[in-house]
Design a protein around this ligand. Structure first.
Ligand code: COA
Length: 259
């Protein structure tokens, strides 16, 4: 396993992996932290857990790109590439990835949360794309993933004003999927991850891929993809186990292998 300096990667007995950002007081997503995230995701892909939780600090999930590394267009090209490589890797993980957001998730922090499959926010969480206040635009997927989650008009309003969105509003606009009390955040994220981790993991991976590919394409093409995926899933052990278990013992009693 790689050594990390700016994050921790914990593999728990319940098959949940927890990636915790640990880069100083604001968890700035520096080039180095983005590279570590990519390496950590590579490790998770090579030996997949049952589910993943990504979290940050108590008061700050992450304050975005490391502004001290900004320069001109040449630096921007490198920083943008680093963001896309790391966050696309997170998004493509063939497992359910939960962001547990406590405190500020700004700029790249919000974009990292958006690259996850599901966002659980503490009541103290604050989301935003404040790049415009620096005279720039989001570069870690914010202009693309945010509108896909909250709709184009709300995304434009958020990105063009740089306004911060508190947890309750985030829940209302679909940016957060759940809001919980601050001291319940990790317990809820870990419980959901642990529940998912006992599921039919190969089928989950197919399901995630179909949904992600489907929202990128036309309904007609998406339905074609689903037809292929629906056949593919019947080649898994868990499809055989799940269907047989239902017929014998009723719903919800299958013990899956993850294959
Ligand atoms: N990159 C680099 N340094 C950052 C940073 C970032 N994204 N965000 C904060 N910092 C630094 C501050 O410059 C400050 O440094 P200092 O202690 O050497 O003065 C330190 O982190 C603490 O920040 P501060 O603003 O004093 O803390 P706060 O608790 O009052 O506010 C935030 C925290 C995150 C709300 C605020 O720092 C902020 O809005 N940060 C910028 C977010 C942003 O624009 N992100 C998009 C980047 S493209």
């Amino acid at each position: 396993m790689a050594e990390f300096e700016l994050l921790t990667l914990q593999r728990r007995d319940d098959d949940v992996a927890v990636l915790t950002l640990a880069n100083g007081k604001v968890n700035a997503l520096s080039r180095e932290l983005l590279a570590e995230i990519e390496t950590a995701v590579d490790e998770l892909v090579a030996d997949p857990p049952g589910a993943v939780v990504i979290t940050g600090g108590d008061r700050l999930f992450a304050a975005g790109a490391d502004i001290s590394q900004f320069g001109g267009p040449d630096e921007a090209a490198v920083i943008g590439a680093g963001f896309h490589a790391a966050l696309d890797a997170v998004a493509a993980l063939p497992r359910f990835v939960i962001a547990a957001v406590s405190g500020f998730a700004l700029g790249g922090g919000c974009e990292l949360a958006l690259a996850c499959d599901y966002r659980i926010a503490s009541e103290r969480a604050v989301f935003g794309q404040p790049e415009i206040l620096l005279g720039i635009v989001p570069g870690g997927g914010g202009t693309q993933r945010l509108p896909r989650v909250v709709g184009a008009s709300r995304a434009k309003e958020m990105c063009i004003t740089g306004r911060q969105v508190r947890a309750e509003e985030a829940l209302r606009i679909g940016l957060a999927d759940e809001v919980v009390a601050p001291d319940a955040l990790m317990a809820r994220a870990l419980a959901l991850a642990a529940e998912v981790a006992t599921g039919a993991l190969a089928a989950q991976a197919i399901c995630k891929r179909l949904i992600d590919e489907g929202v990128e394409t036309s309904l007609t093409h998406g339905l074609q993809l689903e037809r292929v995926g629906f056949v593919e899933v019947f080649r898994t052990d868990d499809a055989r186990i799940g269907v047989a278990s239902f017929l014998e013992h009723g719903p919800g009693n299958a013990t899956f292998t993850g294959h």
